[in-house]
Design a protein around this ligand. Structure first.
Ligand code: GDP
Ligand code: MG
Length: 162
């Protein structure tokens, strides 16, 4: 059986873009506007000769409270079913209250969690991403899913814990 890497986080942080980058193909649906309700979809991925499943998550709720619950629910499901978890946050936004709530849930995870600061398209954003240490999930891995910056190093780290 292949190990599963679950990708969780708020809508619009770039989860599906990161999944496509991991796959090396455009299979997960990227949305400019969050608004499509989708649950969990797994894709077969390979890195450094190792095969694994990468699970994109979604699920959109109209109000802020529903959104927070939907993201927390995906995180809890991932803690029970995945072998490693990527929590993706948007470095251009910083840590929102939803990010903090999900991070709090994931801090008690026995499944390894890697914090991903996405949309670090250039050096200017590297310093801003440092505030994400406050989420208590260790070092934020700085990536740009859109451009591929940092994603190879991230996948090397993923294979170490998967
Ligand atoms: P999801 O809702 O978390 O799955 O986010 P998506 O992958 O659908 O992306 C949401 C938006 O963020 C889209 O407009 C993407 O093009 C954009 N996006 C994703 N990754 C990056 C990135 O690394 N840099 C920038 N600038 N935009 C990104
Ligand atoms: Mg998505």
């Amino acid at each position: 059986p292949m190990p599963t890497l679950a990708v969780v986080g708020r809508p619009n942080v770039g989860k599906s873009t990161l999944v496509n980058r991991i796959l090396g193909r455009r299979e997960a649906v990227v949305e400019d506007v969050p608004g499509v309700t989708r649950d969990r979809i797994s894709y077969e991925a390979q890195w450094a000769g190792r095969k694994f499943l990468v699970q994109d998550t979604g699920g959109w709720e109209p109000d802020a409270k529903g959104l927070q619950q939907a993201v927390a629910r995906q995180a809890e499901l991932a803690m029970r079913t995945a072998d490693a978890i990527l929590l993706v946050v948007d470095a251009t936004v910083g840590a929102t209250s939803t990010d903090e709530a999900v991070a709090k849930t994931l801090r008690r995870s026995k499944t390894p969690v890697i914090l991903v600061a996405n949309k670090v398209d250039g050096e200017r954003l590297e310093a801003e991403a440092a505030v994400l240490w406050s989420l208590g999930l260790g070092e934020p891995r700085l990536v740009s899913a859109a451009h591929g910056r940092g994603t190879g190093d991230l996948l090397d780290d993923v294979l170490d814990v998967l």
